[in-house]
Structures are given as C-alpha cells and as structure tokens.
Design a protein around this ligand. Structure first.
Ligand code: ADP
Length: 500
C-alpha cells in the first residue's frame, strides 16, 4: 500500500473555522435550535484523530415528544401547500446543498472519516435525491376508473401519510437522510429524524440549509441523541407517527417493525446486506478488478452494498488474484482531508474489533492473508485498518454470513454457474449483487437467478436517485429513489362519487 506516514491534518479546526454557519451544536425542533430539555449533551469525535469535534444535545423521550408535537402541528398546513410550492422549496434546498458542497464535505469527512472526494459524491447525490423528489411530487397523479354502477364516478388520489419518524446510520450521514426526507416532505408529510450518534453534524447542517431554503417550522425536525433506544421507542410508540423509515442493521430493523406493530404503522426498512461479487472466467479481467476495488473499498468497506463475498471462477482465479492484490496494494490510506487518499479510518474501535475477529476466524478456517490484515497506527490515533486481501474463503467462515463492514476482501473460488448462484443466494440477506461476464445468455440467467433487490452486471456502482434502491429477504422492504419513491411516503385513497 502507498505510504504517506504523516500525522493527520487538524480537520476539526478547519471545520470550526470555515464551517461555522453550518456547524450546529443544537437539535432542530419546530424551526428553532434547541438544547435537550435536561441540558445533557454527548461528544462527536473525529475517527481519523479521536479528537472531539463538537458536543450536541442528548435528546430523550421528552425532546422527541416535542419534535413529534411540532411535526404533528405543522402537518395540516404543509399537506395543503400547492405541490409546486413544496417543489420550489425543495429545489432551493438542493441548490443550497450544491452551493455549500465544500463546507458540507468537510463536516462529513471530519465526523465520518471518508475521503473528501467520496463525501462530495455523497452530497451531490443527496442534492440530486431532493431534486428528484421535488420533480416526482409534481407527478403524484391519481386515476379515474370506469364506474361500476350507474350515476357514479370513481377516482383515486395519493395523499401524504402524516408524521414520519426516520432513523439513519453513520456510513452515509448525508445521503441516507436526503433519500428519506426528500420524498417524505415532497409528498406533503412532516418528519422527525434521528441521525446516528456518530454523525449528527451532517444532519444538522442539512437542517440549517432547509431552514434557509424556507422550509416552514415543524416540517423537518432533527433530534440528536445517544439514546437511540429511547428515541426509537418514543417514535414507534406514538400513534401520531404514521410511518417509520429506517436504514441500519437487520437486528434493529426487526425491533422497530415489532415496535410499530401495535399501531400498525407503515414501515420502510433498508437493512443489512451480504453482497456477492461474482467474476466468471469469461469476464473482462481489467474491468472486474477495477469493479471489485470500487465495490469493496468505497467508504473503507463500510457500505451495505459493498462486495462482501468475492466469488472467482477457477479459470480466472490466479490471474484475478494477482491483479486484484496489486491494485489493493496501491490504495492510499490516510485522513480523509489529505489529497489523494482513497481509504479513511473505520468509524470506531468496535469496527476494528469486528474486522479483526472476522479475520481471525477466517484464517483459523484455512484462509491466508495475502496483503494487509492489521490495524495500523501509521496515520495517527485514528481507527485505520490496512486494505486486506484473503483467500481462499469458504462458506463456513463468519464473513460468509456476516457483513464485514471494513476493508477486507475475501475471495471464494468456484467452479460452475449453477453452483455460484446457489452459494450467492445462501444468505438471509438480499440487498445488492454483482457479477462480471461477457456472455449475454449468462448475464440474463444469473441476473434472474440472484435473489437480490439490486443487481449490477459488469457495473460496481448501482446507486442513483433515479433507481429504486432497496432489498428483499431480511435486507428489508420499501424502495428509496426511482419513479416509485413517493409511493412509500403516500397513501392511496379511492373516492366513489354517487348521485351524478
Ligand atoms: P449500525 O451497525 O450501522 O450502527 P444500527 O442499526 O445499530 O446500525 O444503527 C442505525 C441507526 O439506528 C442509528 O441511528 C442508531 O442510533 C439507531 N438505533 C440503534 N439501536 C436502536 C434502537 N434500539 N431503536 C431505535 N434506533 C436504534
């Protein structure tokens, strides 16, 4: 791996000096910047340096209730606004995000760790999602259905749901918010959002720009908290919250669905993945290697659609491994603000522990470490882990079943198409899958055989505002983005008009 062994830049100082107008340290409730009622706070730290960036309110049930009150009160007026007025505010918000992309990217990288270039891609994608939602809102068409009786007319309309409770993870602190909040408020709902405790600052910066764009008070509320369980229970337990939208682990998703059952809330769940990345003998080797690097190492392997199991066919195995290892060893590790860095730190100490344990388990079951394999202190005090390649992996290893969520590529050799489809599907998850082949028939057969919500054929990047993002099986349900994006945030009403 390329070595730039110098102490990390003082990223947090940058954030404070240059980003003051967007670096908020209060929760955003009813259009105001507020402390927790009991004044408690928690610290946000930079994973590249372990230094404190800010303290933000540690909101509890009372604060969450206040946010629900605000969202509930704001709903009747917001749902009645003309859709073009809602769309105009959203477009203005998206434009402000683009105009402030450097500041937002610095905040995101400082609290999350990913390279600045990746933060900018995420932020542009977030703005695009808001813009997309604004455009889709203008096309929330209904139908007229031929009447089933004399003197009657039948129409259908799409209506907002009400207060939406949203809970988001730390790996995409900006875009996981915009992909929920954009469609939710475009459709006329109001929102109470709890960002991940590791990355609340990107959420607050987004709220500051929404405020600037003219979003009325109470339409978007951001509750920062280190008490996820309490906030989750308050949102799910309140009958006024009509929809829960969650991105995170399958374990927490299951809990939130169970908690939403008594009040039968509409739910969207974007949960864990265990993506297979299959390279067939007939693949374009160069493209497959580049695709594997892009899919495996984005955000240091901390994405739910990251390649988790790399299946490589026997005929191309040795060649692929050699070339992939070479590319991995060229990846530049370091602090996200440093120029040219491709791999930042992991989010925290637990992430390092998890990756280390998965590697130990895999090597104990026969895998060899071909490059990397350790936490490194060469880049300062942060949670850096070397980009790692191990082979051969097998289905008995923990990393065949669990999300690695780190920069570890595990290569599973295979012989036949039939066998690899079976092995790729041998997981309770079904979010994203990828494969490389030049054979058109195989492209169709394998794409149809994979039990996943999203399939990339000769393509490692499947995400965009214009596609329905989401999974099957225990990766959840509901879709974010694409032509269907407002369906999950609206209700279908049928009206029968008689006596005509
Ligand atoms: P990750 O492994 O990505 O941290 P989690 O599912 O633990 O995934 O976290 C995703 C989001 O869910 C975060 O905002 C976190 O605070 C929140 N969360 C964690 N536990 C709960 C819970 N019991 N109820 C509600 N939200 C929770």
């Amino acid at each position: 791996m390329a070595t730039t062994k110098k102490k990390p830049a003082k990223a947090e100082t940058h954030a404070q000096n240059d980003n003051a107008h967007l670096l908020k340290n209060r929760a955003y409730i009813n259009g105001a910047w507020v402390s927790a009622k009991n004044k408690k706070t928690f610290d946000v730290t930079n994973p590249a340096t372990q230094e404190k960036i800010a303290s933000v309110p540690d909101c509890n049930a009372a604060d969450t209730k206040a946010a629900i009150d605000a969202a509930f009160t704001a709903f009747p007026a917001w749902r009645k606004t003309l859709v073009k007025d809602r769309a105009n505010i959203l477009r203005k918000w998206a434009a402000l995000i683009e105009a402030n992309i450097d500041v937002l990217a610095n905040i995101l990288t400082t609290e999350q760790g990913k390279p600045l270039a990746e933060s900018k891609v995420e932020i542009s994608g977030g703005a695009a999602m808001i813009e997309w939602a604004a455009e889709e809102a203008r096309r929330m068409y209904g139908d007229t259905i031929p009447a089933f009786k004399d003197g009657a007319r039948v129409i259908t309309t799409r209506e907002p749901i009400g207060v939406v409770g949203a809970i988001t993870p730390w790996n995409f602190p900006h875009s996981m918010i915009t992909r929920k909040v954009g469609p939710a408020i475009a459709a006329g709902n109001t929102v109470v959002l709890k960002p991940a405790e590791a990355t609340p600052l990107s959420a607050l910066a987004l709220a500051a720009l929404a405020h600037q764009a003219g979003l009325p008070k109470g339409v978007l509320n951001i509750v920062t908290s280190a008490q996820a369980k309490v906030v989750g229970a308050t949102l799910t337990g309140d009958d006024r919250v009509r929809k829960i939208s969650f991105t995170g682990s399958t374990e927490v998703g299951r809990l939130l669905v169970a908690q939403s059952a008594p009040t039968l809330k509409k739910v969207s769940m974007e949960l864990g993945g265990n993506a297979p990345f299959i390279v067939f003998d007939d693949a374009d080797l160069e493209k497959a290697v580049a695709g594997a690097i892009a899919s495996k190492f984005r955000n240091a392997g901390q994405t739910c659609i990251c390649a988790n199991r790399l299946y490589v066919q026997k005929g191309i195995y040795t060649e692929f491994l050699k070339s992939f290892q070479k590319s991995i060893e060229k990846l530049k590790l370091g602090t996200g603000q440093e120029k040219g860095v491709q791999i930042g730190p992991l989010i925290n100490h637990d992430a390092i522990d998890k990756v280390t344990a998965l590697l130990k388990d895999a090597t104990g079951k026969g895998a060899k470490v071909l490059t990397g394999g350790h936490k490194t202190d060469d880049y300062g005090l942060g949670w850096f882990f070397e980009p790692t390649l191990i082979a051969p992996a097998n289905q008995k290893m923990r990393l065949a079943r669990e999300e690695i969520f780190g920069p570890v590529a595990a290569i599973f050799p295979f012989k036949t198409e039939e066998e690899v489809i079976k092995r790729a599907n041998d997981t309770e998850f079904g979010l994203a899958a990828y494969f490389y082949t030049k054979d058109l028939g195989r492209a169709f057969r394998v794409a149809e055989g994979l039990e996943y919500g999203m399939v990339g054929v000769n393509e490692p990047v499947v995400s965009s505002e214009s596609i329905p993002f989401g999974g099957v099986k225990q990766s959840g349900y509901g879709r974010e983005g694409g032509p269907q994006s407002l369906e999950d945030y609206s209700l279908l009403k049928y009206t029968l008009l008689g006596g005509i």
